[in-house]
Write a protein that binds this ligand. Structure first.
Ligand SMILES: Cc1cc2nc3c(=O)[nH]c(=O)nc-3n(C[C@H](O)[C@H](O)[C@H](O)COP(=O)(O)OP(=O)(O)OC[C@H]3O[C@@H](n4cnc5c(N)ncnc54)[C@H](O)[C@@H]3O)c2cc1C
Length: 469
């Protein structure tokens, strides 16, 4: 098998050791919020119009959109641990317009409604920006767009075939960002960057200002309902009676059991460097500060932070047998080493830079790579999950869908096939692990063989199935 660029141009192992000498196992973003908001646990029975389970972006946006759409409504958000401790506080902070995990996935699955989906995605991104500006949210919002880059010859035609954004040839892309690995690029302007943990804190502030109540350290352990009337949420220290319930529990076990087989947790790994010096930054260029991602199956995504660190993540997307979410899975030294090595291959100008933080998080992967929706308990409980690594922006759209569904409203959103249909489930173990490992192996082989897809991948393509992060 041919080597990929990461093998052909790998830095010496000692350079990787040096970069990782004093690295902390901690999420930079979460540490960087000096006074995060803190909320008490639910201590007694409670009754509300709308209960929201999950204090990530989906839950917080649902709270805000509910209060904006119906200011008189009582809204209670319940979070098992702390707001944003999971994916929402520790992601790459790429806030994309895409609701479909990219154009290709959207067009191939929903060719007839893709134009509407692309427009709704743009409107959604504009809606996020409006909220950030209207509430003066300190979230390092930068509408930079995203630069997709080819780092192997076979990826160049893929960029040429894309219709969205602007194609950049080798010289043009390197004039933007000086990496010797770049062969071409496509600059997509429908994305912003933000500081995820600050976004969580600021969304909570806005929600509170709009009259939302929030409780942390309160796990919802079950839902009960009769044929009509309120739904009861069980928690360790009190019950909540709610007319409607929105579930934004992402990768964690769905409170409506039938949605559980639709997602699996996939671990995604990230490193963060120390701030670049002015001289280091000048050597790279990157004056437009775009988010960057390469086109391999095992792709990397990277960006500058507000204080000019480089966040570099992706590549390995690790599924562990048993579909569990566990902090133990966040430690994977070989993946963090690979990320450092690939960062130094991408930017040899940064020789000697230190990596200050490394962390990981669980992505809620589903077989169609973008969020799905469900309505249960006779229309009183709505569920959204399955963002597959692209939920920072799409979670706000999901919030509106959840509220439309709970209101029983027919809207342009609820009429979408993407909203009405759920993805195919993952099989039970051991089939899930066997299938995912075969797929990951095939994707890696494809990266090593000029992008060629073997019989297994072509069969999955035909079935509309796949594995991504
Ligand atoms: C490392 C990493 C990098 C990523 N990078 C990007 C990126 O750059 N751009 C992008 O768009 N997306 C990215 N993503 C994906 C994105 O972060 C998620 O899609 C998004 O944050 C999902 O938000 P959420 O609110 O649905 O889920 P979460 O943030 O996971 O929140 C769910 C919350 O529900 C709570 N909960 C679960 N069950 C219960 C219960 N029974 N009772 C009470 N509370 C409960 C959990 O404690 C948790 O806080 C990344 C993800 C990871 C892990």
């Amino acid at each position: 098998m041919a080597d990929t660029i990461w093998e052909r141009q790998a830095p010496p192992p000692a350079a990787v050791d040096e970069a990782l000498r004093d690295t902390r196992d901690a999420c930079f973003w979460i540490e960087d919020v000096t006074a995060p908001p803190r909320f008490e646990a639910l201590g007694a029975d409670h009754s509300t119009d709308l209960a929201i389970v999950g204090g990530g972006f989906t839950g917080l946006w649902t709270a805000i959109r509910a209060a904006q759409r119906d200011p008189g409504r009582r809204v209670l958000l319940l979070e098992a641990r702390r707001l944003g401790w999971a994916a929402s506080g520790r992601n790459g902070g790429f806030c994309a317009a895409s609701l479909t995990h990219g154009e290709e996935n959207g067009r191939s699955r929903w060719p007839d409604e893709y134009d509407a989906l692309a427009r709704m995605g743009e409107e959604n991104l504009d809606g996020i920006e409006r909220t950030v500006r209207a509430h003066d949210m300190a979230v390092d919002w930068e509408r930079t767009g995203e630069l997709a880059v080819a780092v192997e010859d076979h990826q160049v035609p893929w960029l040429e075939e894309m219709t969205e954004g602007r194609f950049l040839d080798r010289d043009a892309v390197r004039a933007e960002v000086a990496s010797p690995t770049y062969l071409a690029g496509r600059w997509l302007d429908d994305a912003a960057l933000l500081h995820p943990a600050r976004m969580v804190a600021e969304l909570a502030r806005v929600a509170i200002d709009l009259g939302v109540e929030i409780v942390e350290d309160t796990q919802v352990t079950g839902l009960d309902s009769g044929s009509s009337g309120p739904v009861t949420l069980q928690t360790p220290r009190g019950r909540v009676r709610a007319d409607r319930v929105a579930l934004g529990t992402n990768v964690f076990p769905a409170l409506v059991r039938r949605y559980r087989p639709l997602t699996v947790p996939v671990y995604d790994y990230v490193i963060m460097t120390e701030p670049l010096t002015d001289a280091q930054l000048a050597e790279i260029g990157w004056r437009q500060r775009q988010g960057l991602a390469d086109l391999a199956n095992h792709f990397h995504y990277y960006r500058l932070s507000g204080d000019n660190r480089i966040l570099f993540g992706g590549y390995d997307a690790i599924y562990r047998y048993g579909k569990q979410v566990s902090a133990d899975y966040e430690h994977r030294p070989e993946t963090h080493r690979a990320l450092v090595s690939h960062l130094l291959t991408t930017f040899p100008q940064l020789e000697g830079i230190r990596v200050t933080h490394r962390w990981a998080g669980a992505i809620d992967t589903c077989t169609r790579f973008c969020a799905f929706y469900g309505l249960a308990h006779r229309g009183r409980v709505a569920h959204a999950a399955g963002f597959t690594g692209l939920g920072v922006g799409a979670s706000r759209f999901a919030a509106d869908v959840l509220l439309d569904l709970l209101a029983g409203e027919d809207t342009e959103r609820t009429s979408l096939e993407m909203v009405r249909r759920t993805p195919l489930p993952f099989p039970p173990e051991p089939l899930a692990a066997a299938g995912i490992h075969a797929t990951r192996w095939s994707l890696d082989r494809s990266d090593h063989r000029g992008g060629e897809r073997n019989l297994w991948l072509r069969t999955l393509d035909r079935l509309g199935l796949g594995f991504d992060s």
